[in-house]
Design a protein around this ligand. Sequence first.
Ligand code: ADP
Ligand code: MG
Length: 264
Amino acid sequence: MISEVHTAPVSANGSLIHIEHLAKVYELGEVEVHALRGVSLRISQGEFAAIMGASGSGKSTFMNILGCLDKPTKGSYLLEGIDVGSLSRDELAAIRNKKIGFVFQGFNLLSRTSALENVELPLFYGPTSTKARKAKAIAALERVGLGERIHHYPNQLSGGQQQRVAIARALVNDPSIILADEPTGNLDSRTSVEVMGVFQELNDHGITVILVTHEPDIAAFAKRHIVFRDGKIKTDRVNNDPKIASDVIKDMPMIDADEEEEAK
Ligand code: ADP
Ligand code: MG
């Protein structure tokens, strides 16, 4: 059951993300690649949006701009009312570190570093004391259900557990937004649903989640579906009946226990 998104009423703090006429052109020598060609949208605090569309449609470019990793060529991006386009590199890095948590398809964990130390990493950029850093990292790992595994190394964890560590790392600075680019792309279907369950729980607690996926089964857990095509938004719809991960998981076969054990 899907219906069109209606533009939310505008107030001073109404939209977490407010984007108008965004364009991104990559210059490749003589060639210009128009990756985004006029994207406008608003995303409010507490939304859970899936960004979909064919490969090359501009999803990652859009996520990089949302995440303040890159700047648009044209157009405006207000994040909590702050005009991101006008910020210096240092200011961008600061806003990114404070407001945004990233989750990637390949987990991007440091392999010779424990779960705890991986999650502590983003806190080294701030003034946090050693003790507070450890406490915050443990709390984030507990939040994703890994309180018992804080001293494990990535190669001692299953794929789903590694992605939970990555989510804990994304959470440790208390961001208002989690951005995830194909976070279930390397996971089997049951583990994917578990990870979607983690995102849904965070979203239930008010964190805005924006994730890229090309899988309709994964997008079905999101509350809004934004489909890109050729650098533009093709459709933008509310999903009135998102699937609930904790329900879906009950009907899925368990992974073979030995395999799970080996992965740990
Ligand atoms: P998606 O994530 O939907 O697959 P991307 O945002 O990665 O799409 O890419 C959109 C378009 O921009 C593609 O044509 C891609 O080749 C191009 N592109 C992406 N990143 C760069 C870059 N750093 N330099 C040049 N072209 C790029
Ligand atoms: Mg991509």
